[in-house]
Design a protein around this ligand. Structure first.
Ligand SMILES: Nc1nc2c(ncn2[C@@H]2O[C@H](COP(=O)(O)OP(=O)(O)OP(=O)(O)O)[C@@H](O)[C@H]2O)c(=O)[nH]1
Ligand SMILES: [Zn+2]
Length: 210
């Protein structure tokens, strides 16, 4: 098994194991109790009127923020189309909104992803590139891991001639706390296969910059 395939399988395996241990998953009531504990720890009273429904709202918000744990990249990229009249150039989706959460502080990472691939015989529905990005964004992440995971999934399940993923994002953990540099953008990139060629990479950047 090649290294990329092995990595995707390791990630999937880790997730499958955690799904198998669904019995270990705290109940909704336990999650809400944890939020009440955090409110008390912050110094407020979870029983005051304004905070009564907050644990419920936070648990609901977490279901959205972390919906990616329940999504399967293999399933998302399973359906492909061969009939593209010989189309043989890159497909670039630029400006996919990324709303993720940093695994160190559990606060937002916000930005844009640009995802491209060079098809080999088959293409995938364009919405699936955004769905794959969402799947990995809606988990606890570092920007580097998320960038590599999106590239790994496209490489593994589509088997294109190449893939490029760039994420340009701000980290709330650097803006609203800690070092407090709110307007810093971090750029991470993965260029695989034919995108390693500088001419192809340049074409990608030209298209992304519009
Ligand atoms: N490489 C990388 N680092 C990240 C990402 N998100 C947050 N971080 C950094 O993770 C680091 C965690 O550092 P620690 O020293 O363990 O935590 P900390 O004391 O809260 O760090 P400060 O943010 O510097 O206050 C910080 O430097 C964050 O800026 C990411 O996506 N990638
Ligand atoms: Zn952080």
């Amino acid at each position: 098994m090649d290294a990329v395939l092995e990595k995707v399988h390791d990630n999937d395996l880790e997730l499958k194991v955690s799904r198998q241990n669904a019995d270990d998953r705290p109940s909704r009531a336990e999650a809400e109790a944890a939020v009440r504990t955090l409110i008390r720890w912050a110094g407020d009273n979870p029983s005051r009127e304004g905070l009564l429904d907050t644990p419920k709202r936070v648990a609901k918000a977490y279901e959205e923020f972390f919906a990616g744990y329940g999504q399967d990249p293999a399933e998302i990229l399973a359906k492909t189309f061969e009939d593209v009249n010989g189309y043989d150039d890159m497909v670039v989706m630029r400006g996919i909104q990324v709303q993720s959460h940093c695994e160190h502080h559990m606060v937002p990472i916000s930005g844009l992803a640009h995802v491209a691939y060079m098809p080999k015989d088959r293409v995938v529905g364009i919405s699936k590139l955004a769905r794959i990005t969402e799947t990995y964004a809606k988990r606890l992440q570092t920007q580097e891991t998320m960038t590599a995971q999106i590239a790994d999934a496209i490489e593994t399940y589509l088997k294109p001639k190449g893939v490029a993923v760039v994420i340009d994002a701000t980290h709330a953990c650097m803006g609203c706390r800690g070092v407090r540099h709110p307007d810093v953008y971090t750029i991470t990139r993965q260029f695989r296969g034919v995108f390693k060629d500088t001419t192809v990479e340049q074409k990608f950047w030209t298209l992304v910059r519009g």
